[in-house]
Ligand binder design. Structure first.
Ligand code: NAP
Ligand code: MG
Length: 732
């Protein structure tokens, strides 16, 4: 067994330049092989086009290799977050790579021949959430370790008080969304199904060879575009009347087929007058509202109508509902880029901020948070209701909500991209089995957004068992978050009931809103709770509760016990923190917190020790555990400010404490005496090393790229302490 460490994007990729050499030194010392695997967005792009590249420029398809590894019992993977690219991000990556001499093709927005179609298909493979679904061949177990929770209670983050008169609310479609239109069945016999669309000119096969296994849950649903547009129009009016910010919260990265369209309708409804008045010109320029206002503003740059369009744009911004801002200094609104506001991060961030967002002057204001589909919107509604009824949460007293989430085998909505379609005209979406029996059928109107979802029986069963196991192990109150009003959830709840009965267990099943209110009640009383949820709530909740409890989801332990016996350890539940890269470039300070990486490494070492019976690995795992405890107690997490401790110093202190723990271990005398020497040297030089780290800050730095980082430059930037580097090099 080896440990595989991924190389990804943005902040975690930068942190890795500093942290990985430390990992390699310590693990190397006890003979644990560490391999890296580059699954950054740029590497994934390059891997698609070997034929366009020179021999020396080609990269292997690392994701494909990892996809095979995770299905073996020996998989032991440490995974840092990667970019889930929106189209604008993908285009920026292509441009950067082309500028560096990689002769890859442009992204064809609308392919006009087979060659362009092939190119677009290749690019589709790297768009959106393309990595996690491949790697996550198991369900998910996310929690906060005891040490982290204790630390967070003693050192609560600063939550902004919630004003009970706040006008903030969560709004969703009352009739016609995915929730309302869902139909589901439990597959009786394994079959191969197809999805077709039947319009006025006959039938078109949209998907063939959809393998469905016995006892698999199949569901399908659609969002009515008429209902969606009416909803936007009404909410815009309400925001204007009440003078509260309009904010839209979607997941255009993960839900890469449906959500950009839902986003695009918001753009075209909000700027309806502009799209009407200039429809011909905008069409000529290839403006697609799904890509946001930012693309519109770029594409009109050379248009003869630029001034007129801009005047209209500003007129609408002035007279319509005030938009929430992503960056008020730069005039970037919520509607600029589909991937700027991502619901699972944006809603908790807003909620801990007194349920306020920022207006165009940068002032904090109440907001009408639009989450068009009510399936999951109600959990945020629950939090707002709870805040109004019970006041601001107190992080120094809160219990903790951990999560056991269904994730394996591309479960549910997060595996639906290849089964999501926009209706070209009024008609019928129909799924039929191999015998031609209709499984599910939906009448839709032109533009409606349709999707089919599946959940495999073995994945569901494994998830239920994992939930029961965590409940037994912790004694915490567990709740299955399933809504019996949703046909797919009803089937799942029946499977849960059957399994609970078989095992003689009693665990509550509640609809998401009620489950959320109940969980809030429990943690307000200082108790812990376990949320056992489907795939989307897994994602949303492992940001929501950690952010409310700890201020960030980066401090979470995130384990994926794979169905085939291996394991993946993800770092926290947070993303790749792009804003922090800007700060690094501006003033050479990186405030990325690597606690998630530390916890993942610790758990990965434990797993390694268990699997291989390697005693030294076990000692290293235990010493790392105590080093993390000391690191927390001594408050060595990065500060936000330049010339103070940052990501790099935080790595140094972890290495120092780990060395100390190894020097004090009483199980392996060889390790003890070796690390005694190293510890003395590190300890004696610690002020000097700290000084070298701080001295390096306060200047602009050049990473040699954004999506394709220059390894040499980044390594130099991220490892500025010659003294530390020299001592680390002695660990052999
Ligand atoms: P994000 O990168 O998590 O950033 C949101 C904010 O969370 C950051 O600005 C930062 O807040 C805080 N944060 C998250 N992790 C942190 C850490 N380790 N240390 C310190 N602060 C941390 O979320 P996003 O903007 O929604 O997503 C950015 C990109 O990451 C997207 O491309 C997204 O698809 C991807 N993503 C990947 C994964 C994954 O691979 N598992 C998961 C989620 C998102 P402040 O700076 O304001 O304090
Ligand atoms: Mg998330």
């Amino acid at each position: 067994m080896k440990i595989t460490y991924t190389l990804t994007d943005e902040s975690p990729a930068l942190a890795t330049y500093s942290f990985l050499p430390i990992v390699q030194a310590f693990l190397g010392k006890v003979g644990i092989p560490v391999e890296t695997s580059d699954i950054s967005l740029s590497a994934r792009v390059l891997a698609q086009f070997p034929e366009s590249l020179k021999e020396s420029q080609r990269v292997k398809d690392a994701l494909k290799e990892l996809g095979e590894l995770v299905n073996t019992p020996d998989a032991n993977l440490i995974k840092t977050p990667n970019i889930s690219a929106s189209i604008p991000q993908l285009k920026a990556t292509i441009k950067e790579l082309q500028g560096k001499g990689f002769a890859i093709p442009n992204f064809p927005d609308e392919p006009s021949n087979t060659e362009e179609k092939t190119i677009k298909e290749k690019y589709q493979k790297v768009l959106g959430s393309a990595v996690n679904p491949v790697l996550r061949q198991g369900n998910s177990d996310r929690r906060c370790t005891k040490a982290v929770k204790e630390y967070a209670k003693k050192n609560p983050y600063r939550i902004t008080p919630f004003d009970k008169n706040s006008k903030t609310r969560v709004s969703y479609i009352t009739k016609g969304d995915f929730f309302d239109n869902e139909k589901a069945i439990l597959i009786k016999d394994s079959t191969t199904a197809k999805i077709e669309f039947i319009g006025k000119n006959g039938s078109e096969i949209l998907k063939e060879n959809l393998k469905l296994d016995k006892n698999e849950i199949l569901d399908a649903t659609f969002m009515s575009v008429k209902a969606l547009r009416a909803f936007y129009a009404e909410q815009i009016k309400i925001c204007k009347q009440e003078n509260i910010l309009l904010s839209l919260h979607l997941k255009a990265t993960m839900m890469k087929v449906s959500d950009p369209v839902i986003f695009g309708h918001a753009v075209s409804v909000y700027f309806e007058e502009l799209f009407d008045a200039f429809s011909e010109e905008l069409q000529k320029l290839g403006v697609n509202p799904n890509n946001g206002v930012s693309e519109l503003l770029t594409k009109i740059e050379n248009s003869p109508k630029k001034q007129e369009i801009l005047a209209k744009y500003n007129e609408i911004l002035d007279k319509s509902a005030p938009l929430s801002m992503v960056n008020s200094d730069k005039g970037i609104t919520n509607l600029h880029v589909p991937s700027d506001v991502i619901v699972d991060a944006s809603m908790p961030a807003m909620l801990k901020n007194g349920a306020r967002l920022w207006d165009k002057e940068g002032k904090e204001c109440d907001t009408n948070a639009l989450i068009p589909d009510k399936t999951y919107a109600t959990i945020y509604e629950a939090v707002v209701e709870d805040l109004r009824a019970n006041g601001t949460l107190n992080p120094s007293e809160l219990g903790s909500v951990s999560n056991v989430g269904l994730m394996a085998k591309k479960a549910q909505e997060y595996g639906s991209h290849d089964k999501t379609f926009i209706a070209k005209e009024d008609g019928i979406f129909k799924i039929t089995d191999a015998q031609g029996n209709t499984l599910l059928e939906h009448n839709v109107e032109k533009g409606d957004i349709y999707r089919a979802n599946t959940a495999k029986f073995d994945a569901v069963q494994n998830w239920i068992d994992l939930g029961i196991e965590r409940a037994d192990l912790t004694g915490s109150k567990a709740i299955f978050w399933l809504d019996a009003k949703r046909p797919s959830n009803k089937i799942m709840a029946d499977l849960v009931q059957a399994r609970l009965k078989e095992k003689g267990k009693d665990i509550a099943i509640l609809a998401p809103k009620e489950a959320c209110l109940e969980s809030l009640k429990l943690i307000r009383a200082g108790k812990d709770a376990i949320s056992i949820t489907g795939n989307v709530l897994r994602d949303y909740l492992t940001d929501l509760f950690p952010i409310l409890e700890l201020g960030t989801s980066a401090k979470m332990l995130s384990v994926v016990p794979m169905l085939n016996g291996g394991a993946m350890f993800e770092t926290g539940a947070g993303g790749s923190a792009p804003k922090q890269v800007e700060q690094l470039v501006e003033e050479n300070h990186l405030r990325w917190d690597s606690l998630g990486e530390f916890l993942a490494l610790q758990a990965s070492l434990e797993f390694y020790a268990q699997k291989t019976n390697n005693k030294q690995a076990e000692i290293l795992a235990n010493c790392l555990d105590s080093a993390i405890g000391k690191w927390l107690n001594n408050n060595k997490a990065p500060s936000r400010k330049v010339k103070e401790d940052d990501n790099r110093t935080s790595h140094f202190y972890l290495a120092l404490y780990l060395t100390e723990a190894l020097a004090n271990n009483n199980q392996d005398s060889a390790l003890q005496s070796f690390f005694k020497g190293i510890f003395e040297e590190l300890n004696a030089n610690s002020s000097k090393i700290h000084e070298e780290f701080i001295q390096a800050q306060g200047v602009k730095v050049d990473l040699g790229g954004y999506y394709e980082l220059d390894a040499k430059k980044c390594s130099e930037i991220m490892r500025p302490s010659a003294t530390f580097n020299a001592i680390l090099a002695k660990i052999k």
